[in-house]
Design a protein around this ligand. Sequence first.
Ligand SMILES: *Cc1c(COP(=O)(O)O)cnc(C)c1O
Ligand SMILES: [Zn+2]
Length: 465
Amino acid sequence: MSVLINPKSNELTMPLSPSLETSTANVYFRCFAGCEGKHSIYDVIYRCPTCDSLLEVYHEREPLRRQNAYKWQQLFDSRASTTNWPYGSGVWGMREWVIPDLQDENVVSMCEGNTNLFWANRLGQQLGLDDLWIKLCGNSHTGSFKDLGMTVLVSVVKQMMAMEHSPVKAVACASTGDTSAALAAYAAYAGIPAVIFLPAGKVSTAQLIQPVANGAHVLALETDFDGCMKIVQEVTEDQSIYLANSMNSLRIEGQKTVGIEICRQFDWEVPDWIIIPVGNLGNISALHKGFELMKDLGLIDRMPRLVAAQAAKADPFYQSYKNGFAEKTSVTAGETLANAIRIGDPVSYEKAVTAVKETNGIVEQATEQELAAACAKADLTGMFTCPHTGVALAVLEKLVKRGQIKSSERTVVISTAHGLKFTDFKVGYHDSTLEGVASACANPPTYLPATTAAVKEEIRKRLEV
Ligand SMILES: *Cc1c(COP(=O)(O)O)cnc(C)c1O
Ligand SMILES: [Zn+2]
């Protein structure tokens, strides 16, 4: 258990609904680069008006410090999986740290978060690790961690639209497939129109059909993600369409809960390493932000080391890292099985640099062959990994081989999406038809006549019984 327990104060003082003490004025947008100025989170604003940097949602710490660290832990523990709506959501269970003044009726939640964190013992043994854990963020409403960010963004939009004279009429995003699935679902839940920009032919079948089924306006453009991103930014210059990409830092607020949730699941102990696949760099920024807030409020006393894992075909962040982060590198992202991280010009670059630097982190990359092999190996220990999780696992393998991650160190791999969204990839692997990938663990089905003799013969051959 935590060393922060104060035995004299084990009563909860925090009310279950937000108090006036934590009201709007204490949570606002500010410039990530440090310019003066506070902006309301209910204003349509995505960048600093002075220097054009990204914004961040800032929580004034004084009101949050009024409750001690142990009580925060107890409060969050007490809400995990409650049916007292909306606290059973992994995001809204931390409401005071997310958007404290959001009105109940505007919370757009489908009980996201609280995903399983499990000990991957057999895979760990194979890799030489005693304490390997997988955080399955894909076991969520739309099958990826994007739900965590979208519940916050769409809730704020709902509150904005309830205000008088709000210009907002719809939400929009560019997507490599998972952002659009999450936006379409949460917008449909709230009854808000959604416009989705996808790079034509570059998302999986499941990813394409999700927003279609949810009734979004799905526009497939003859370009890549970075091209879609450029167009959506132009379209959303008009304040009536609200931008839902992670450039909008409201998303980060929801996604930051994953780090807090991991600590809660470890009884408020901090893992030594967290490995996360990265593309636009919003999620690693969010992970860092959650840890920073916990540390500042005394819930934890150290930071985990964060490892950003990139696909070698789309590796601008890795290139910058190799260069000592001397400058931001952009590339034209090549074709990769890890389509959700096929991004050449990452929006949250500066935030992610801070995340890596402040946690003594590492950036590493994995080839198509390495990511596919890592997935196949993990699946043989009971998982059903998406290709992005494969990138993280392949990077993990490299760091263990190099001796950077030691066998006794507690290591968490963030699995960002559900493997069922990527059956095209799985089928291709086991059919041995993936370009540039040798399917060493291919396990295609065997077709047999429907006779007991044929079946017995096949089993005998395979199991030697
Ligand atoms: C969005 C996404 C990522 C990358 O997250 P960023 O915030 O863009 O770095 C990784 N994996 C999956 C499955 C995703 O959907
Ligand atoms: Zn600025």
